[in-house]
Design a protein around this ligand. Structure first.
Ligand SMILES: Nc1nc2c(c(=O)[nH]1)N[C@H]1C(S)=C(S)[C@@H](COP(=O)(O)OP(=O)(O)OC[C@H]3O[C@@H](n4cnc5c(=O)[nH]c(N)nc54)[C@H](O)[C@@H]3O)O[C@H]1N2
Ligand SMILES: Nc1nc2c(c(=O)[nH]1)N[C@H]1C(S)=C(S)[C@@H](COP(=O)(O)OP(=O)(O)OC[C@H]3O[C@@H](n4cnc5c(=O)[nH]c(N)nc54)[C@H](O)[C@@H]3O)O[C@H]1N2
Ligand SMILES: [Mo]
Length: 799
């Protein structure tokens, strides 16, 4: 296999290598019809052709059939659950799962020879798409102070350097330990235990950008920070509401669940500024009628809400439900449930005396016609089995916590939580992000959790809360964090305010990234940097000669095992659990009271101790080997027992309507995902369902706004944000005319993260509000490049 490629060779292989003079040169955008159906034949073809491109056909297809099967491995893509009982013989995978697998199963390799040939400076000129296509990392690499090239380092020496850096810090709180959401339960548990024994709760994680808002919202109102439905509830639901989520792209297997809802007579309401293909219709690729038939129409009602208009919309629905209850007493609201299981109903109902809560005012505010709001309310009025699903469209709004509590208010009115066919469904993102939290990866663990660890292990656990993602970025800037360890992820590209964050990362004394593939986060680095290569979910993870199982928790609280089956691309990889153990042993040495070697040698040993420290894992090693795994306890779901401090009741929450004002020249921008990416991993350059081919630097706009600015579709523009009085610019985007509410725009992340101020955060959860960014749109001016932070493209500049 030829591996030592030069940049020149890569250039010739990868289409559209950026031009150093004009780094943002546009590709050749083609518009195709916007699709009204998700999945189906093109999906399967696209999936398979992706595997071909990666030259991993046999490896890939063999693996594809093991993915999400009993005894197989868990798809590394999203966190949507697998059916508890039957698994499709055609494979429980989707187009995007196949793409994720193709990225991971690639046999292309990024070797020490490759790093010797290509400087960090040159590599950083590539974009995320190109970097991702280089292949899997094969060996630990080290970038010395002032170095231009990453060099091979032995694992022993890498751990020595890490330990040296950690031990010379003035305080353990000068270190931060980030986690992305793919890390297994076993690795997560060991990793957080090390951070705590080292002495810090600085554990920012991708939840801080994803569903932190959901947890923050739910714990005080239903007593648990997770959803309350099981997959089978979708079979029984009367109505499923999907708000701020794009299932066709980001949780494609959810489409099969929605299809069952429809087949059983349930209805779907979709609330989204964009009429996403996956909300409108579905062809099931795993059923013959899906392949050749007409598919299923999904949304019975589509409400084109304005960005951040959801609160007004939810309040309108509540007001209408209260009015209907007055007309049909006892038939619309569940008064028994309200009186027995909730608190604060009177104050809740009274708020609707506020004149700004008049239906016409609320309709104007959310941008949805009054008739449509009335239709939505009447679809809910006489039904009880209601599921509300949400995603980033709500959690990444400044008032996301309030909006999710407003959803709970509606479900409390209807008595719909903790019943068959009803409940809350926060659709998680990364495949084990929920499990990471269950394993105590959290910058603010509860006292009870810490007490239990302290009691079991006998060391003094740190009690002070640590930094979340946004606070960590600021702390790095201020010199309060000097060492950062990233267990997976792409911290630089995933986080907001890219220029600001990049400048922070350069100040770190040491940045360590445990990764499967090279990404931008390795190239905008600290004064020293280390890359540690590891296994992906589909790889065989061999310890003491045996292929191991690891466990993960899906979006519905099911813990299942996963067993990789592909031969690793290099024999110099180490699994994440062993990496954490070796870091712990080398750093803490005799200071430690934990038997790290025991964990290092056996995942079963880790699971035994998880069982001792975390509720719900009784008999873990036995139960996890059972077909389909097991559900973690969830009293809200199973017993309608909500907040313990309130005697198990759930309180109604009084929230406020946000004030959404824009200046005449301002537009609201939400950042979203294409159908061809997994977060910062860019599989391809299309967004097929939205009709975009071969370009990511596009901005979706309403035709009226395009006209009022004097532009035409296809015009080139630069995007600006001026939060906190700082000019932020994302150069060279192409205007696409789209069905989107006026004054609203949509772009793709990570390209527009540069426009999201680090101070633009969600109240209470402190997540970046990356779906609520005020921008100005100006005609493209080539002089803009002078304003762009060239360091992002051109490598290190001393700070
Ligand atoms: N293939 C694939 N799968 C993935 C991922 C991926 O990148 N690729 N990422 C994974 C991760 S980590 C996550 S968190 C999930 C994310 O999955 P989603 O939550 O679906 O994420 P997004 O694509 O960011 O955007 C969701 C939707 O919010 C809508 N939206 C934007 N603003 C508003 C608003 O103000 N109100 C409403 N009602 N809607 C709004 C957008 O139009 C979009 O349809 O997917 C997971 N699965
Ligand atoms: N503007 C804007 N920003 C956003 C979002 C948005 O909607 N808009 N979404 C946010 C959300 S929801 C999330 S979850 C974050 C995601 O933030 P992250 O989780 O940090 O980012 P990913 O892109 O998922 O991480 C990809 C990298 O993980 C590594 N990797 C993949 N598999 C493995 C593995 O098994 N082990 C290890 N160790 N490494 C692995 C690879 O090197 C790959 O390059 O981004 C957030 N950022
Ligand atoms: Mo996420």
């Amino acid at each position: 296999m030829k591996e030592e490629k030069s940049i020149e060779e890569i250039k010739s292989e990868i289409k559209h290598f950026p031009d150093a003079e004009n780094p943002y040169k546009l590709l050749d955008l083609k518009l195709t019809p916007v699709e009204k159906w998700a999945a189906g034949v093109p999906a399967v073809i696209a999936a398979i052709s992706d595997l071909f491109e990666e030259k991993t056909v046999i490896r890939g297809t063999r693996a594809l059939f093991k993915m999400n099967q009993f005894g197989g491995f868990d798809c590394p893509s999203c966190a949507w659950p697998d059916p508890d009982d039957e698994r499709s013989p055609l494979g429980e995978y989707c187009e995007n799962g196949a793409k994720a697998l193709a990225e991971e199963a690639t046999t292309k390799r990024v070797t020490p020879e490759f790093f010797a040939k290509n400087s960090v400076y040159d590599l950083a000129k590539m974009n995320d798409y190109q970097i991702g296509k280089l292949g899997r990392l094969t060996d630990p690499m080290y970038l010395p102070k002032g170095g231009t090239h990453y060099q091979k380092i032995s694992w022993d020496d890498a751990f020595k350097k890490i330990a040296e850096h950690l031990n010379k810090l003035d305080s353990p709180n000068e270190a931060a330990f980030y986690t992305s959401g793919r890390t297994s339960n076993e690795a997560s548990f060991v990793y957080q235990l090390f951070a705590k024994e080292f002495g810090t709760n600085n554990m920012p994680d991708c939840s801080n950008m994803c569903h932190e808002t959901s947890g923050t919202a739910l714990i005080p109102v239903i007593g648990i920070g997770k959803g309350t439905v099981k997959l089978e509830d979708f079979d029984n639901a009367d109505v499923v509401v999907i708000i701020g989520q794009n299932p066709g792209t980001n949780a494609p297997r959810m489409m099969s669940a929605l299809e069952k809802t429809k087949n059983n007579g349930g209805k779907i309401i979709a609330i989204n500024p964009l009429p996403e293909a996956g909300l409108m219709g579905f062809h099931n690729p795993q059923q013959l009628n899906g392949v050749i038939g007409h598919g299923v129409k999904l949304a019975d009602l589509y409400l084109p809400v304005k960005i951040n208009g959801d609160m007004a919309l939810l309040k309108a629905l509540e007001r209408l439900l209260l009015e209907m209850e007055a007309k049909f007493p006892g038939q619309v609201l569940d008064m028994d449930f309200i009186s027995e299981k909730t608190m604060g109903f009177e104050a809740f109902a009274e708020q609707f005396e506020n004149p700004s809560y008049h239906i016409d005012a609320l309709a104007r505010e959310c941008g949805v016609r009054r008739e449509d709001l009335e239709e939505a309310a009447s679809m809910l009025a006489f039904k009880k089995k209601i599921i509300v699903c949400w995603g980033m469209g709500l959690t990444q709004q400044p008032n996301g916590v309030d909006m999710i509590r407003e959803i709970v208010n509606i479900l409390l009115l209807k008595g719909s939580i903790g019943i068959k066919g009803g409940g809350v469904c926060s659709v998680r993102g990364n495949s084990n992000v929920q499990g990471n939290r269950t394993m105590l990866i959290n910058e603010k663990p509860t006292e009870a959790q810490l007490d239990r660890l302290q009691e079991y292990f006998g060391f003094q656990v740190p009690r002070a809360h640590g930094y979340d993602v946004v606070r960590a970025i600021k702390a790095i800037h201020e010199g309060k964090i000097k060492f950062m360890f990233c267990m997976g992820g792409n911290f630089l590209s995933a986080t907001p305010d890219t220029t600001y964050t990049a400048n922070a990362m350069r100040k770190l004394e040491l940045l360590v990234c445990v990764s499967t593939k090279l990404n931008r986060g390795h190239l905008i680095h600290g004064k020293e940097a280390i890359i540690l290569p590891t296994y992906g979910r589909s790889d065989k993870d061999i310890v003491n000669g045996e292929v191991q199982i690891v466990t993960a928790e899906n979006s519905m609280g099911v813990v299942q095992h996963s067993k990789g089956m592909l031969d690793a691309v290099s024999d110099n990889l180490i699994n994440e659990t062993q990496i954490a153990c070796r870091m712990a042993m080398e750093t803490l040495k005799d200071r430690s009271v934990v038997d790290w070697q025991r964990y290092h040698d056996s995942y079963d040993a880790v699971r035994d101790d998880i069982e001792q420290c975390i509720p719900g894992f009784e008999n873990f090693n036995v139960r996890v080997r059972e077909k389909g795994g097991f559900y973690l306890p969830n009293r809200a779901r199973d017993e309608q027992y909500f907040v313990p401090q309130l005697g198990g009741k759930a309180p109604f929450t009084l929230t406020e309507l946000p004030v959404n004002s824009l200046e005449a020249d301002e537009f609201m921008m939400a950042t979203t995902r294409t159908h061809d990416q997994f977060n910062t991993t860019i599989y391809g350059l299309d967004d097929r369902y939205r009709g975009i081919k071969n370009e990511r630097r596009v901005i979706f706009m309403n035709q009226k706004d395009i006209d009022s600015l004097g532009f035409k579709a296809g015009d080139k523009v630069d995007l600006y944000n001026f939060d906190d009085g700082i000019e932020r610019v994302a150069p060279l985007f192409v205007i696409v005319s789209y069905q989107i509410p006026e004054k609203n725009t949509m772009t793709y992340f990570p390209e527009t993260n540069v426009l999201v101020s680090v101070n633009n955060v969600v109240k209470d959860s402190n997540m970046p509000a990356s779906k609520y960014v005020k921008i100005q749109i100006k005609q493209h001016d080539p002089a803009v490049y002078k304003k762009v932070d060239e360091m992002l493209i051109q490598g290190e500049i001393d700070s």
